[in-house]
Design a protein around this ligand. Structure first.
Ligand code: UD1
Ligand code: CA
Length: 461
C-alpha cells in the first residue's frame, strides 16, 4: 500500500487575529484549531505527521506534544517555504503527502479520506481540495483552462479582475506525490504581491513539467473555511457547534436550543438525555441516558449518571452517579465522586470529596477533602474546615451518620458510623460510632429579662 504522510502548516503568527495567542491555538468548541486538524487527519492512515511551527512557538509544541513530529520555520516566508522545512524528514520518502493548514479546523476526516483516495486512484502528482463558494474573497482562486483542467492557483491579492470573479477556491489542502512535491518546491519563487513563497505555485510548476494535476471539489464549502480573523473564528465555532449538536440530536438527544448549547467534539451523550439552554459541555464528558442538564450549566470532563438532573451548576473533572439531583447553583470541583441516589443541593460546593450512595448535602455547604459514606445527611450550612493555612486535612463521615445544621467539622476529623452531630456544633475531635456529639455553648434562658433591659435602657436616656 502507498505510504502516507501529512504536513500541517502552523507557523504563521496570524497577524489578522490580533492576538498574543498563536493563530492555530485559538480554540473552536473548546479545542485548539490545530488539534481538530490532527484529529480529522486520523481518518487517513498516516505513516508520519509533521507540524511546521514558528520559531519560539513552544506553546504549539506543548499543546500537540508527541502526537506529531515538528519542524521549525524560523521566518514565515510563505506556505511553500513552510513545507520545505519538512524536507529533511520526507525527502527520501515515497508515497502520498497531504498538506493541510492548521487554520482550517472544519475539514472532516471523511473529506481527507476521500481526497486521498481520489488522488491515489487518479495517479496525479497533485490533487487540490477545492470548493465553490458564493463569497471567495481572500482565498486563492482555482484557474481552469477551456477543457476545465486545473492550470494554476492565483492568490486573491495577485488576481486580475476577471480571476477575482472565479468562485472555485483553493482550500489550502492538497495531496501530492511526495517526490514530485519536493522537486517542484525548489522552483517556487517569491515574485508576487506579498513577496512570499506560495505553495499553490507548485501546481503551475508541475503543469509546466507535464505532470498530472487534478482537483477534488468538495460539495460542502462550509467545511473549508480558513480562519484568518476573529469573525471567521466565530463562524467556525457556529458551524462546528451546529455539526456537533445535530449529531447528538440525530442520536436521540434533546437539545432545546442548539444555538445556546456548546458541546465539545469529544463529549459522549447517550439517548434520551435532555439539554437545556445556556449549557457548555467540554472535554471528555460522558452523560448517561435520561439525564437532564441545564439550563446554564458547565460540565468539563464530567461523568453524569443515568437519570440524574444537573441544574444551573458547574461540574469539573468529577463523577456524578445515577438518579441524583445536583443544583440549582452547585459547584462540584475536581476529583469529586458523587454516588447514586444522592442530592447535592443549592449553594453547595464540593472539592475532592466523595459522597456515598443515598447521601444528601442539600443546602449551603462547603465539603472539601472529605470522604462521606452512604446514607449520610449533611445538614444545611455544614462546613468541612479543611485548611489550616498550611495544609489541607481530611474529614471522614461514616455511613448513616447525621450532621446537624451549621456545623463546623475541623479536619482531620472522623464522624463515626450512625453518629449524630448536634446542630451548631464545632467538632474538632473524632465522634465514635453511634454517639451524639454536642459541641456548642449551653443555652440559658433568663426569665423576664427583657423587662429589665427595657428598664435599664429607660434610665440611661
Ligand atoms: C492560503 C492559500 C490560499 C488558500 C487559503 C485557504 C497560500 C499562498 N495561499 O492563504 O490559496 O485559499 O490558504 O485557507 O498558500 N503558514 C506557515 N508559514 C508561512 C505562512 C503560512 O506555516 O510562512 C501557515 C499558517 O500558519 C496557516 C497556513 O500556513 O496555517 C496558511 O497560511 P495563511 O497565511 O493563513 O494563508 P492564506 O492567506 O489563508
Ligand atoms: Ca488562512
Amino acid at each position: 500500500m502507498t505510504k502516507r504522510y501529512a504536513v500541517i502548516l502552523a507557523a504563521g503568527q496570524g497577524t489578522r487575529m490580533k492576538s498574543k495567542l498563536y493563530k492555530v491555538l485559538h480554540p473552536v468548541v473548546g479545542k485548539p484549531m490545530v488539534q481538530h486538524v490532527i484529529d480529522h487527519l486520523n481518518a487517513v492512515n498516516l505513516d508520519k505527521t509533521i507540524t511546521v511551527v514558528g520559531f519560539g512557538a513552544e506553546k504549539v509544541k506543548e499543546e500537540i506534544g508527541a502526537q506529531t513530529e515538528f519542524v521549525i520555520q524560523e521566518e514565515q516566508l510563505g506556505t511553500a517555504h513552510a513545507v520545505l522545512q519538512a524536507k529533511d524528514l520526507l525527502k527520501d520518502a515515497e508515497g502520498t503527502t497531504i498538506v493541510a493548514c492548521g487554520d482550517t479546523p472544519l475539514i472532516t476526516g471523511e473529506t481527507f479520506r476521500k481526497l486521498v483516495e481520489h488522488h491515489e486512484q487518479s495517479g496525479a502528482s497533485a490533487t487540490i481540495l477545492t470548493a465553490d463558494t458564493p463569497d471567495p474573497a481572500g482565498y486563492g482562486r482555482v484557474i481552469r483552462n477551456a477543457e476545465q483542467q486545473v492550470e494554476r492557483i492565483v492568490e486573491h491579492k495577485d488576481a486580475s479582475e476577471e480571476e477575482l470573479l472565479v468562485n472555485e477556491i483553493n482550500t489550502g489542502t492538497y495531496c501530492f506525490n511526495n517526490a514530485h512535491l519536493f522537486e517542484a518546491l525548489q522552483k517556487v519563487s517569491n515574485d508576487n504581491v506579498q513577496g512570499e513563497y506560495y505553495l499553490p505555485d507548485v501546481i503551475e510548476i508541475m503543469k509546466d513539467d507535464n505532470k498530472l494535476v487534478t482537483a477534488y471539489l468538495t460539495s460542502d464549502f462550509e467545511e473549508t473555511l480558513g480562519v484568518n480573523n476573529r469573525v471567521a473564528l466565530s463562524e467556525a465555532e457556529r458551524i462546528m457547534k451546529k455539526r456537533i449538536n445535530e449529531k447528538h440530536m440525530r442520536n436521540g438527544v434533546s437539545i432545546l436550543d442548539p444555538e445556546q448549547t456548546y458541546i465539545g467534539p469529544d463529549v459522549v451523550i447517550e439517548q434520551d438525555v435532555t439539554i437545556h439552554p445556556g449549557t457548555t459541555i467540554q472535554g471528555k464528558t460522558t452523560i448517561e441516558s435520561d439525564a437532564v442538564v441545564g439550563p446554564n450549566s458547565e460540565l468539563i470532563n464530567a461523568h453524569i449518571g443515568q437519570n440524574t438532573v444537573v441544574k444551573q451548576s458547574v461540574v469539573h473533572d468529577s463523577k456524578i452517579g445515577s438518579e441524583t439531583s445536583v443544583g440549582p447553583f452547585a459547584h462540584i470541583r475536581p476529583d469529586s465522586i458523587v454516588g447514586n441516589h444522592t442530592k447535592v443541593g443549592n449553594f453547595v460546593e464540593l472539592k475532592k470529596a466523595t459522597l456515598g450512595d443515598e447521601s444528601k448535602v442539600s443546602h449551603l455547604s462547603y465539603i472539601g477533602d472529605a470522604e462521606i459514606g452512604k446514607n449520610v445527611n449533611v445538614g444545611c450550612g455544614t462546613i468541612t474546615v479543611n485548611y489550616d493555612g498550611q495544609n489541607k486535612h481530611l474529614t471522614k463521615i461514616a455511613d448513616n451518620a447525621f450532621v446537624g445544621c451549621n456545623s463546623n467539622l475541623i479536619a482531620p476529623v472522623t464522624i463515626g458510623e450512625g453518629a449524630y452531630v448536634a446542630a451548631g456544633s464545632t467538632i474538632n475531635k473524632d465522634v465514635p460510632d453511634n454517639a451524639l456529639s454536642i459541641a456548642r455553648a449551653r443555652q440559658t434562658n433568663k426569665e423576664n429579662y427583657a423587662e429589665r433591659l427595657k428598664g435599664n435602657k429607660g434610665k440611661k436616656d
